[in-house]
Design a protein around this ligand. Structure first.
Ligand code: NAD
Length: 307
């Protein structure tokens, strides 16, 4: 039986590891926060008290960590994953980080007789829970084939993009676009509301017109218009705004290094920086709705009108 270690049991790692368990895999989990390990244990994940204990026997190690520095440290620091894992182990790196770091870690792993693929995801927490994530994968064909049953337990679409690092490149292109689309969506909603339109009526129009997009259809930023999305629960528990900012900065770096025009990407990056400076870093990225509309005032006025 293939032994799997899952490191990073946060908003995404928690449901992803649960889906592996529900699909019959034996998963040992570790996180820096003991509460996260306890929560995963309730889903059937075998708890580990240390990273070493989680990875010692593992054939496959999945990482779902916040940033590139976290990933580089976890794999490459003295006593890190590369040093302490079994020879021949396969690493599946699913965090959103730069492809430069991925290639750097993969090269060190290869020299040490380990294998690595990058398999970042899209779909956010709703699709992580549903097991319908999109995976963008970079790596050797045989390694991707070995990882595929696990990816299929957590996702609905698996795209093999090319060599190691290409998954993360695809992910940064996507997140630059989704950040731009979210900002465009909140600006259009705020414009309509400021001019007397009902946000639901406007949503229905735009969803069936040329402005339709993922935010409007699946991840609505306006509170009260869609269930089971972060805007329905005070923007908690989704994709943190500072993670969106991190991804937009990585996309900006990629655009600069490849001399590619990314004017809207750069502007959206600045707007997410302002939103985080305004104190919304830990809220879901759709909370950027607050940058364009004073939601508290809007709902107070609605209540007053209905009284
Ligand atoms: P999160 O902060 O909720 O979870 C990350 C977890 O990693 C935390 O529980 C933290 O304690 C743990 N951690 C950090 N360093 C660790 C280490 N060295 N060893 C073990 N555990 C460690 O973050 P998240 O929302 O789950 O996102 C994780 C990654 O996935 C990020 O790179 C993010 O950009 C990406 N991502 C997130 C979403 C989303 O909707 N939340 C969607 C796609 C991609």
């Amino acid at each position: 039986m293939t032994k799997i270690a899952f490191l990073g049991l946060g908003n995404m790692g928690q449901p992803m590891s649960r889906n592996l368990v529900e699909n019959g895999f034996v998963v040992t989990g570790y996180d820096l926060f003991p509460q996260a390990i306890e929560a995963a244990e309730k889903n059937g994940v075998v708890p580990a008290q240390s990273r070493d204990a989680a990875i010692a026997d593992a054939d496959i190690i999945i990482t779902m960590l916040p940033t590139g520095n976290d990933v580089r440290g976890a794999y490459m620091e003295p006593g890190g994953i590369i040093e302490r894992s079994k020879e021949g182990a396969l690493f599946i790196e699913s965090s959103t980080i730069s492809s430069t770091i991925t290639r750097e870690v993969a090269a060190v792993a290869k020299a040490a007789g380990r294998r690595m693929i990058d398999a970042p995801v899209s779909g956010g927490t709703p699709r992580a829970h549903a097991g319908t994530l999109t995976f963008m994968v970079g790596g050797e064909e045989a390694d991707v084939a070995q990882a595929r049953p696990l990816l299929e337990a957590m996702g609905a679409q698996i795209y093999h993009m090319g060599a190691v690092g290409t998954g993360h490149t695809a992910k940064l292109c996507n997140n630059m676009l989704s950040g731009i689309c979210m900002i465009g969506t909140v600006e259009a909603l705020a414009l309509g509301v400021a001019n007397g339109l009902d946000p639901l009526a406007l949503t229905n129009v735009m969803k069936n017109s040329s402005g339709t997009n993922y935010a409007l259809e699946k991840y609505h930023p306006f509170p009260g218009l869609m269930d089971a999305v972060p805007s329905a629960r005070n923007f908690e528990g989704g994709f943190r705004s500072d993670f969106q900012l991190k991804d937009m900065r990585l996309a900006k770096e990629l655009a600069n290094s490849s001399k590619t025009l990314a004017s809207l990407g750069n502007l959206a990056c600045e707007l997410f920086a302002i939103h985080c400076q305004n104190g919304h870093s830990a809220e879901d990225y759709s909370s950027i709705m607050k940058l364009t509309l004073d939601l508290e005032r809007y709902f107070a006025e609605q209540q007053a009108d209905n009284a």
